[in-house]
Every structure is written in structure tokens, then in C-alpha cells.
Design a protein around this ligand. Sequence first.
Ligand SMILES: NC(=O)c1ccc[n+]([C@@H]2O[C@H](COP(=O)([O-])OP(=O)(O)OC[C@H]3O[C@@H](n4cnc5c(N)ncnc54)[C@H](O)[C@@H]3O)[C@@H](O)[C@H]2O)c1
Ligand SMILES: [Fe+2]
Length: 384
Amino acid sequence: MRANWNYPTAVRFGAGRVAELPEALKAVGIVKPLLVTDAGLVNLPVTQDTLKLLRNAGVEVGLFADVKQNPPAANVEAGVAALKAGGHDGVIAFGGGSGLDVGKAIAFMAGQTRPIWDFEDIGDWWTRADAKAILPIVAVPTTAGTGSEVGRASVVTDEATHTKKIIFHPLMQPKLVIADPELTVGMPRFITVGTGFDALAHCIEAYSAAGFHPLADGIAAEGTRLVLENLPRVVADPNDIEARGNMMAAALMGATAFQKGLGAVHSLSHPIGAVYDTHHGMTNGTFLPYVLIANRNAIEARMARLAAYCGLPPSFDAFLNAILALREKLGVPHTLRDLKIPADRRDEIATMAVADPSTGGNPVTLDEKLAGRIFDMAMEGRLA
Ligand SMILES: NC(=O)c1ccc[n+]([C@@H]2O[C@H](COP(=O)([O-])OP(=O)(O)OC[C@H]3O[C@@H](n4cnc5c(N)ncnc54)[C@H](O)[C@@H]3O)[C@@H](O)[C@H]2O)c1
Ligand SMILES: [Fe+2]
């Protein structure tokens, strides 16, 4: 038994703790931060209030918000230019996965001389980076899904090839996270549901992945339970802070667990997101049951155990049915058609899925034939 295990960054978790941000910056040695967030969030009270509390505390904070969903590398380049122009010495990565990932990538790329794609998560490419030039990051998530706040990677879209690439460096992991569930209450329902299914997919894929990692398995199982119990609660009452907190914890846990590996849900969802600009988590939610079915032979016993842990009858079918019921209740598109994805690029998507870095974690070998079959099942809503 041999494995490499890494555990996440320091997390200050709790309602209202965003107030500690000025002190958190001091704790990691950031004097003049650049707050990075996305173009939609920047004008909302959640961001404006945070900027206000920083300024009231005397922090000289800059702002960069030219960040799209499924962010392209151009967003990172523009952010690096803004960081240099403002003389900033660290980054507050603020937002959902898009804002967090771009914030992390800006802090990473600020001092590098090579292009961003040289640091794709392939082999030991990360060692090409000048580690000393990476700026410190404080992460403040405003969605409960990606878990990017505790991750060492940033997902950036290569617009030339319409592929999502993972940029990796151990020091891209934020030095400190402020996980304040109050920041998530303003999410539109669609984003609450979509990000919740991202967290769920991370937990289930990590739990299903091949490989010896009982620590990740334990975290993934509890993360799964938290999502199943709390996602319906936050949708029913967006101001339920306890349930929001449980979702935020589940999101951190999913990303902690998926260092074990992801799988075909993410392999397929990445090219769909890169080509059609769909929401990442919602796309995962659509694919999840089809991938469980495709992997059934390899994970049947594990899923029965997970079902039992989640208080369901101890069987694969009980777990699958719980996922299907949750999807239906919360309005997750059941088919790719419902997600407005056409079928005409099926083969291309299958090829891209196989090449995705998540593919290695899938418990059965994902080749083009299987990826195409899952695509067809998801297009037609076929559960067999
Ligand atoms: N780095 C990782 O480990 C990792 C893991 C999974 C996904 N991702 C990436 O993260 C991205 C998806 O992130 P996401 O699902 O969090 O969505 P997102 O960051 O793209 O945000 C979606 C929308 O929600 C809005 N929003 C966010 N928080 C809000 C709030 N509190 N109130 C109101 N509106 C709010 C944003 O403005 C945006 O319009 C994708 O690019 C995906 O590939 C990264
Ligand atoms: Fe994800």
C-alpha cells in the first residue's frame, strides 16, 4: 500500500467570518491585495460589502472583475497585467469556481516567464514554475460547489481548442480560506442547485475512483451525506444558514477527497462546458446517474455501502434512485437535450472526454466507445 496524501489549507469556517478578512490578509503577509472576482458578482452586495469592510479597515485593495464563467486564459492574462500595474503583493480569490480559479491563476502566473499552458497538470510540468515567485492567496468562496478554495489547481479554458485545462502547482493552494456560509445566500436557485451537484459529483466520483485512499473515502462519504440532506433544505429556504454551512463544508470536502481522482462525469462535463458554455455543476448533475450505471459492475458493493451510510437501503439501486429523485425534485436537466446540447458533435466530445485528466480516476476504463455510450444514454435519458 503506497500513496501520496496531501491535506488542505487552513480554513476559518463560520457565519459572519468574512469580517476577519483584513486580519487574515495580515496573517499571511499580504499588504496590498488584488480582489479577483467575476463580472456578475462584482456589483452584488456580497462583493461591495466585502470591499467596504476592507477599505474601512484601511486595506488598500485593488479590484479585477473581468472574469467570465468557464474562464479563458485571456482573463488570467488581463488579471496579471492589473496585478502588476497596481503593485499588488497577493490575491483575494473571491467568488464561485470561476473567480477563485482565475484569482489563484493570477497569483501563480504573476511571476512566471513561461506561458500558462506549460503548467498544465501533466507529469511533473509544475516543477517548471518558479515557486518563489508565486504570490500568497486568501480564498473566499461565494458558492458551495467547486471546492476550488482548498484545491491546488485552476481550471482554465483554452479558447483555441475549446478544452478545459487544469493548471496545477502545490503553491496555488490558498494560504487561508474564509468559508462564510452567509456569502452564499444570494446565489440564484440555478447556481445553488448546480454547484451543489458539483460538490456531490466530486464526493461520489472520489468515492468511486480506483486506488487506495481510505482518508479520501471517509471524507467523500460524509460529504455525500451532507449534500443529500442539505441541498433540498437550502433550495427550500435559501436563508437556512445551518444548511448553507453544511453545503459549504461538503464542497470543501469534495475537493479534498478528489485528490484521489474524479471520473467520467467530469471527463464528459469538461468538454461540454468548454464547447457549449454550460454550467459545470449542472452538467455534472445531468451526467451523474448515467455514469453510475456505466460503472455499475465496478462500484456496486461500494455504492451499497455508501447508501447505507447515507441512511438508505444498502443497495446500488437505492443510491441511484435517491440521486434520480433529488435531481427531479431540484429541476436538474434529465437529458443533454434538456440541457440544450445538440448531438452532432458526439464523437468529438467522446474523444475529448477520454483525453480529459479526470478519466484516469474512473473505476472502469473510459474509452471512446464507453464515452459515446454514456453520451447517448444522457442524450436520450436511457437508464440502461
Ligand atoms: N479548481 C477546481 O478544483 C474546480 C473544481 C470544479 C469546478 N471548477 C470550475 O469552477 C467553475 C464553476 O464554478 P461555480 O460553479 O462556482 O460557478 P461560477 O463561479 O462560474 O459562478 C456562476 C454564477 O454564479 C454567480 N454567483 C456566484 N456566487 C454568487 C453569490 N453568492 N450570489 C449571487 N451570484 C453568485 C456568478 O456571478 C456567476 O454568474 C467552472 O469553470 C469549473 O470548471 C474548478
Ligand atoms: Fe467539478
